[in-house]
Design a protein around this ligand. Structure first.
Ligand code: GDP
Length: 297
């Protein structure tokens, strides 16, 4: 069994392919981008992992459910309620079920189990933690929640700093550390190192458990740019180069193997660097990359 660490875009794309070649994996997911909107708890990264593994993710947007409608969202707007994220009707059903289960006393892990089972997903999905953790970005407009920065402000403000609020109190969700201990290897997927993977690594005990395992990191940066999202801006704000070299320096000595894009090879003193085609435009690309990673393991 392999453990995969995931955010909400790059790694879910990889997982959608991986499940076609190898089913024995569990996923540990970032919850530092979670928030309550319009009465419901949204876990954007958990939702994307469930939808990607269930084969229902909107592959164009890489979030939400394909062919969703937005009737409730538009109706709320008509009523004068500012729902700053566009939430689809089917996607909202997931959020309603999760929130109701939490109100009934389920843990987030238990609510996630119910949801992924309902979507027919066999792989276990662990929220990184039960405690509320929120990523805040210091911009030229002040501190703001990650989703505010990325969705409402379209990622445009200058970024000076990033803080993961509440992380010092976060404990790993039930069974997570035991699952890492039982695993043969850990894959850190191609996700934003600063706001998707680092919050997971900062949860008490997770990094130490991973250190004992063979760890493969897949670069989310190709050449000098991320393929999507604000990873470039964030790495730069923290003083790292926006390149695979900056990524591996950010992760310190965690990797045994680092998978970069063809032509991006550089020498690392801390790990072996392997070149592969890591750009996933279609499911077949994710299947091919998954096979290559599994062979390396
Ligand atoms: P978020 O939670 O929505 O921020 O998503 P993630 O952190 O999971 O993913 C964002 C990262 O995925 C970005 O840094 C992208 O560069 C990376 N990414 C997106 N698509 C691909 C891809 O096809 N290949 C690789 N290697 N990285 C990708």
């Amino acid at each position: 069994m392999i453990v995969v660490l995931s955010g909400g875009t790059g790694t879910p794309k990889l997982l959608a392919g991986m499940k076609d070649v190898y089913q024995e994996f569990s996923v540990v997911v970032n919850t530092a981008e979670d928030l309550w909107i319009s009465g419901n708890k949204i876990c954007p990264d958990i939702d994307s992992v469930i939808y990607a593994l269930a084969g229902v993710i909107d592959e164009k947007k890489l979030w939400g459910i394909k062919d969703d409608t937005f009737i409730t969202h538009l109706e709320l707007k008509k009523l004068g309620f500012d729902e700053f994220m566009m939430i689809g009707d089917r996607d909202r059903a997931t959020h309603i079920m999760r929130s109701e289960l939490l109100r009934r006393g389920f843990t987030l892990k238990q609510a996630t189990d119910k949801l992924r089972e309902s979507f027919g997903v066999k792989q276990e999905i662990f929220p990184m933690s039960e405690e509320e953790v929120s990523t805040y970005i210091l911009t030229d407009k002040g501190w703001m929640h990650f989703q505010f920065f990325w969705v409402k402000e379209k990622g445009e403000p200058e970024v000076y700093d990033i803080k993961i609020r509440g992380i010092e109190k976060a404990k790993p969700s039930m069974g997570l550390i035991e699952t890492i201990k039982r695993s043969k290897a850990v894959i850190i997927g191609p996700s934003n190192p600063v706001t998707s993977i680092n919050p997971i690594l900062m949860v008490y005990g997770i990094k130490e458990a991973i250190r004992k395992k063979k760890t493969v990191i897949v670069s989310p940066i190709v050449g000098k740019k991320p393929l999507s999202g604000p990873a470039g801006k964030f790495l730069k704000a923290l003083g790292y180069e926006v390149s695979p070299k900056g990524v591996i320096e950010f992760y310190g000595d965690l990797a045994d193997l680092f998978v970069v894009h063809i032509g991006d090879k550089f020498r690392s003193e801390t790990c072996e660097v392997v070149e592969e085609n890591i750009v996933m435009k279609k499911r077949e690309d994710a299947i091919r990359l998954s096979r290559a990673i599994l062979e390396l393991l």
